[in-house]
Write a protein that binds this ligand. Structure first.
Ligand SMILES: C[S@@+](CC[C@H](N)C(=O)[O-])C[C@H]1O[C@@H](n2cnc3c(N)ncnc32)[C@H](O)[C@@H]1O
Length: 421
C-alpha cells in the first residue's frame, strides 16, 4: 500500500474552534475546502494550541482563498491566518481512478465507465487493460461498497438473446442480481438474460405513451421490466410479454409475480413473428377500447420483423414502437425505407394524414419533411422517429413509431391506389 502514498503540503486557514462547524458547512469555503474520503479537513494548529486549521485543497487558487478570507472578515471571523501542513495521502483517500493511475503504465488511461446492475459492475475493458484487469476489478470493488462482483465482457460476440460471455475479474462469482426501477423489484441472472440499466429513460418514455384502457404487447420483453411497469402504473386492461430466451420468459413470469401484477397477463417464449401471428389470430383482449401498443426492442432486427404486420388482421388501433439503429443523417432516410420494405408499402405516394401532422416535440422527427419531399408513402399514420441514445460514435438508437392501418382501411387504400394507377 506504500506505493499509493504521497506527501503533499497544503495551505490551511487558522480559525477559532467555535467557528469550525459554521465554516465547514457554510458556503464561504465550500469550493476551496479539502474533501477526501476518510481524512478530516480539520487539524490542530502547529503555531497556536488554542486554534484549529481548516485544510484547503491543493488546486484552490490564491485568488479564491483571498476572496474567501475577505468574505469571512466581513463577518467578523477572527484569526484568519494561513498555516501550511504536510499530509500523507494514501490508498484510502484516493478515488478508484486516482488509485488506478498508480498501477497502470503512464500511457494507459484508467477505465472509468461501467454499468451497475444491482451488486454487479459490468466493464467492457480495452485490450490494453487486459494484463491489469484483476487489479482494476479489486480497486473498483474496494472503492464502491455497494458492489460485490466485477465482471468484464469477453470477446465481441453477442448471441441472439443479446447476452454475452463475461468473466468475473473481482469479488464473488454471483451474477444473480436484485434491482429496483421505479420502485418495482426485478431479479435475474445477468449472465442468462439481456438487461441494460441505461434504457431506463426509454422505458419511462414508452410508459408515458401508454394510457388507460390500452393493451401492451412487448414482443422482445427481456426480463419484463416495461411490461411490469405498465401493468402496475398505467391503468391498462391487459399486458402480453414474450421473449425467445426461455430464461427471459421465466424471469418475466417471476417478475410479474414478485410485483403482484394482477391485470390480465400472459407470458410467451416464442419467436416474435410467430408470437404476433398467434396473438392477433386469437385477439385475447376481445375489443380494445384504447390503443394496442406493440413494443419491439431488438434494435438490430426489429424493423425486419415488421413484415409480419402484412399478414395480421388488424381490427383495433395498433401503434408500433420499433427500435432500430441508424448511421445516416437525417435518420429517416435509412429507417423509413427499411420500414416500408418490411410493411410492404410503395414509395412516391404521400398520404393526407402526414401532411396534417403537426410536430409536437422537438425530439421527434415528424414526417412532414418527407411528405414535402415526396419521398415515401406514409399510409401508416402518425409516424415519428424518436432519438433514444447514442450507442457508439456515429451510431444512434431510435424508436420509429406509427399507427398501423386497420384491415378495412388497408383494403380501401389498396383499392384507391389501384384506381390512381
Ligand atoms: C434489447 S433486448 C430487450 C430489452 C427489453 N425490452 C428491456 O427493456 O430490457 C432484446 C430481447 O429480444 C429477445 N429476442 C431476440 N430474438 C428474438 C425473437 N426472434 N423473438 C423474440 N424475442 C427475441 C432477446 O432474447 C432479448 O431479450
Amino acid at each position: 500500500m506504500k506505493k499509493f502514498e504521497r506527501r503533499i503540503i497544503l495551505k490551511s486557514l487558522q480559525v477559532e474552534p467555535n467557528w469550525i462547524q459554521k465554516l465547514r458547512t457554510g458556503l464561504e469555503l465550500h469550493h476551496i475546502l479539502l474533501k477526501k474520503t476518510r481524512l478530516s479537513n480539520v487539524v490542530p494548529s502547529k503555531q497556536n494550541s488554542k486554534l484549529r486549521c481548516l485544510l484547503i485543497k491543493d488546486d484552490a487558487s490564491d485568488e479564491d482563498i483571498a476572496q474567501a478570507i475577505k468574505l469571512l472578515k466581513a463577518q467578523d471571523c477572527p484569526h484568519l491566518d494561513i498555516e501550511e501542513h504536510e499530509l500523507v495521502i494514501g490508498y484510502e483517500q484516493l478515488k478508484a481512478e486516482e488509485a488506478l493511475k498508480f498501477i497502470l503504465p503512464e500511457n494507459v488511461i484508467p477505465p472509468t465507465s461501467f454499468e451497475t446492475i444491482g451488486h454487479v459492475a459490468h466493464f467492457n475493458l480495452r485490450e490494453e487493460h487486459e494484463p491489469y484487469k484483476h487489479i482494476i476489478g479489486k480497486i473498483v470493488l474496494d472503492k464502491n461498497p455497494n458492489l460485490l462482483t466485477i465482471v468484464n465482457k469477453v470477446g465481441t460476440l453477442k448471441n441472439e438473446f443479446r447476452t454475452f460471455t463475461m468473466e468475473v475479474i473481482a469479488g464473488k462469482d454471483d451474477t444473480n442480481v436484485k434491482i429496483k426501477e421505479r420502485d418495482l423489484k426485478f431479479e435475474f441472472d445477468f449472465r442468462k438474460v439481456y438487461w441494460n440499466t441505461r434504457l431506463c429513460g426509454e422505458r419511462e418514455r414508452l410508459l408515458q405513451c401508454i394510457q388507460e384502457d390500452d393493451v401492451l404487447i412487448d414482443a422482445f420483453a427481456g426480463i419484463g421490466a416495461l411490461a411490469t411497469m405498465a401493468a402496475k402504473e398505467r391503468k391498462i386492461s391487459a399486458v402480453y410479454a414474450n421473449d425467445l430466451n426461455p430464461n427471459g420468459a421465466t424471469y418475466i413470469q417471476e417478475n410479474f409475480k414478485r410485483n403482484h401484477v394482477d391485470i390480465t397477463h400472459r407470458v410467451n417464449n416464442l419467436d416474435a413473428r410467430e408470437y404476433l401471428r398467434a396473438l392477433f389470430a386469437e385477439r385475447p383482449w376481445g375489443e380494445c377500447k384504447g390503443t394496442i401498443h406493440i413494443i419491439m426492442n431488438l434494435p438490430e432486427l426489429a424493423l425486419d420483423f415488421c413484415d409480419v404486420y402484412q399478414e395480421l388482421e388488424i381490427h383495433d388501433t395498433v401503434r408500433i414502437h420499433c427500435h432500430c439503429f441508424a448511421k445516416a443523417q437525417p435518420p429517416e432516410e435509412e429507417i423509413l425505407p427499411r420500414l416500408w420494405k418490411a410493411i410492404g408499402k410503395t414509395i412516391d405516394h404521400v398520404s393526407d394524414d402526414v401532411e396534417n401532422t403537426e410536430p409536437t416535440d422537438t425530439s421527434m422527427i415528424k414526417p412532414q419533411r418527407l411528405a414535402n419531399n415526396n419521398v415515401h408513402t406514409l399510409e401508416a399514420k402518425d409516424i415519428s422517429i424518436v432519438t433514444v441514445r447514442d450507442v457508439a460514435p456515429n451510431k444512434m438508437m431510435y424508436c420509429v413509431e406509427c399507427t398501423l392501418p386497420r384491415s378495412d382501411e388497408r383494403s380501401n387504400s389498396e383499392g384507391k391506389r389501384r384506381k390512381v394507377e
